[in-house]
Design a protein around this ligand. Structure first.
Ligand code: ADP
Length: 562
């Protein structure tokens, strides 16, 4: 083939849409003429050394030579193979197209793959078909144009491709079905993957909730930054990403239930939401793997299904309820103050020489009124604190106080309430300064001591210890009783509002379940912590960690390691 022929071949290739012309001979490359002295026997030997099925086709389209791989692949003995029109190796539906191609090829021969863009099939002697790749090269033999064809059985590769395509289509169909179902839900749902929470899919309600569409494949923080969306906690503090329920589910691999978050949009509007982020089991993802494009899912990465519930109506109802409680409690305060005041006055008066002496039942009745009004006062104050906390109106006034002193004082006050309990304080410190709201810390300590007494109906010791935590920057107060303890199964929720353990109620011990809730809120607002250890029937120890004003070293003899 001269250079003109090559040029034409290239043009023809381009006309046929073959853009990758690397398989064509370079410009000016001639058709390879075989030297006249190459014998047929030598040519046959040459064909045999190649693993592919090779055929040499003459200009009339008949097989002039074929190697044993071709015999094996198509099931023809060589005696039948040679002289056979090439069409016989193709299924009938390709015959017409092949004739046209062959004519075109004779007119502009060049090396090329055959049937680019087509799924080519070969046909065996027994009529069965199999997918093939065919590559053709022009060859001059005895001055006559021949074509060398290499045929490769690609059944295995095609099978793999088909399986991959089927898996992709199934995964995409499943995702599409999931999308359809989720779109019908009124709550917002999205599905994220990877530690950076790339979106796989989100339903329609989620778009409304975020106020904009979160593009699939985009990591959560990129999305929030792009659209100036911020997340806050219920106290109005900006949430760090590590605290987002979605990211926690992905990074810690655990399900986060009922996490309250507030979404603040770019225009300043806020939406309180309750988030449930369910960490998905890897084997659940296997059925969704290989979905295409941005929805690429891999079972090797963590994934989570996140449900966001808009709780605006609930919050509004809660606010109304808090306002109502606040109103009632305010109205109760005055009559309660009057009751307490008069009961105290009558008791004092009757004690002195001036007043009329009371009979013993009258004194008992007045003492009952005095104690009951104290209890009612505590209840109303607790309720007011809850309302203040909910509204973010509980303000602390910090001052420098001595923790040892305050603890001792509260122990003394509480010790007077019961003669069946022995309250003790053990500490190696004479002073430990902390900047806290003294009234609130007294309230916390009193609450814990009242509980220790109240939930030890048989009496016993209540041991308070005050220690320094390693590092010298925090104090640890522990209050240990020998009371009824707290059932294991109920311990996790004990700091919730109105939560009471069943054993206390079974003993007929009254309470509201507000004390521990308030203790935790107050301690956390001081930058501290509260927790407990308890065994049902054996007693409880409550721990209180509070930051000190300044770091101090342990006194002589004190081991700072607790
Ligand atoms: P209450 O007004 O019911 O005492 P708290 O919020 O102070 O409310 O406590 C919540 C619940 O925790 C109590 O109802 C009780 O079941 C349990 N509890 C608290 N302290 C103790 C304790 N020292 N020993 C046993 N149970 C306790």
């Amino acid at each position: 083939m001269n250079s003109d022929d090559n040029e034409k071949a290239r043009e023809a290739a381009e006309r046929e849409g073959i853009t990758d012309t690397r398989s064509l001979p370079p410009l000016h490359a001639p058709v390879v003429p075989l030297p006249a002295e190459v014998s047929e026997a030598f040519l046959r030997t040459l064909l045999e050394v190649v693993p592919d099925a090779l055929v040499i086709i003459d200009s009339a389209g008949r097989i002039a030579l074929g190697n044993s791989q071709t015999e094996g692949l198509f099931g023809y003995p060589r005696s039948e193979l040679e002289g056979l029109p090439l069409e016989d190796l193709l299924p009938e539906r390709f015959h017409a197209a092949h004739m046209l191609h062959r004519e075109g090829y004779v007119a502009s021969p060049r090396t090329r793959p055959m049937g680019v863009g087509l799924s080519l099939y070969g046909r065996r002697k027994d009529g069965t078909e199999f997918p093939v790749d065919v590559s053709l090269s022009p060859l001059l033999l005895d001055d006559e144009l021949h074509v060398l064809g290499a045929v490769r059985d690609i059944s295995a590769r095609r099978g793999l491709e088909e399986r991959e395509r089927d898996a992709r289509e199934t995964a995409e169909a499943r995702l599409a079905l999931l999308q359809l179902i989720l779109d019908e839900l009124p709550t917002s749902v999205y599905f994220v993957q990877g530690e950076e929470a790339r979106l796989v899919l989100a339903n329609r309600a989620a778009v409304t909730l975020w106020g904009t569409e979160w593009p699939t494949g985009q990591p959560m923080l990129d999305f929030l930054t792009t659209y100036h969306i911020r997340l806050f906690d219920t106290n109005g503090q900006a949430l760090p990403p590590a605290a987002f329920a979605t990211l926690r589910a992905l990074r810690e691999g655990k399900t986060v239930f009922q996490h309250q978050e507030v979404i603040r949009h770019e225009d300043g509007t806020s939406l309180p939401v309750l988030v449930n982020a369910v960490s998905l089991d890897q084997h659940l993802l296997a059925g969704l793997e290989s979905g295409g494009g941005n929805r690429q899912i891999s079972s090797a990465e963590p994934a989570a299904l996140v449900v966001l519930q808009d709780v605006t109506p609930l919050k509004e109802a809660e606010q109304l309820k808090d306002q109502f409680i606040g109103l009632v409690v305010h109205e109760l305060r005055n009559p309660l103050a009057a009751l307490k005041g008069f009961a105290t006055m009558l008791l004092r008066h009757s004690e002195g020489s001036k007043g009329t002496a009371l009979t013993s039942w009258q004194r008992e009745a007045l003492t009952e009124i005095d104690v009951a009004t104290d209890r009612l006062n505590r209840l109303t104050e607790d309720l007011l604190d809850v309302v203040r906390l909910q509204a973010g109106r509980l303000v602390l006034s910090h001052e420098s106080i001595d923790l040892v002193d305050i603890t001792r004082r509260v122990i003394e006050q509480m010790g007077q309430r019961s003669d069946r309990h022995q309250l003790t304080l053990s500490t190696s410190f004479s002073h430990l300064q902390a900047r806290v709201d003294a009234g609130r810390i007294e309230q916390v300590l009193a609450n814990l001591l009242i509980n220790a007494i109240k939930y030890s109906p048989a009496g016993g010791s209540v041991e308070v210890t005050l220690q320094l935590l390693p590092g010298g920057q925090e104090a640890l107060i522990s209050i240990r009783d020998q009371g009824i303890g707290i059932p294991q199964a109920e311990q996790a929720h004990l700091f919730g509002r109105f939560v009471r353990a069943t054993n206390g109620q079974a003993y007929g011990i009254s309470g509201t379940g507000l004390g521990l809730y308030l203790c935790r809120e107050l301690v956390e607002q001081h930058g501290g912590d509260i927790w407990f250890e308890s065994t049902e029937g054996a007693g409880s120890t409550f721990f209180l960690r509070l930051p000190l004003s300044q770091s101090i070293s342990a006194p002589p003899g004190e081991d700072p390691q607790i």
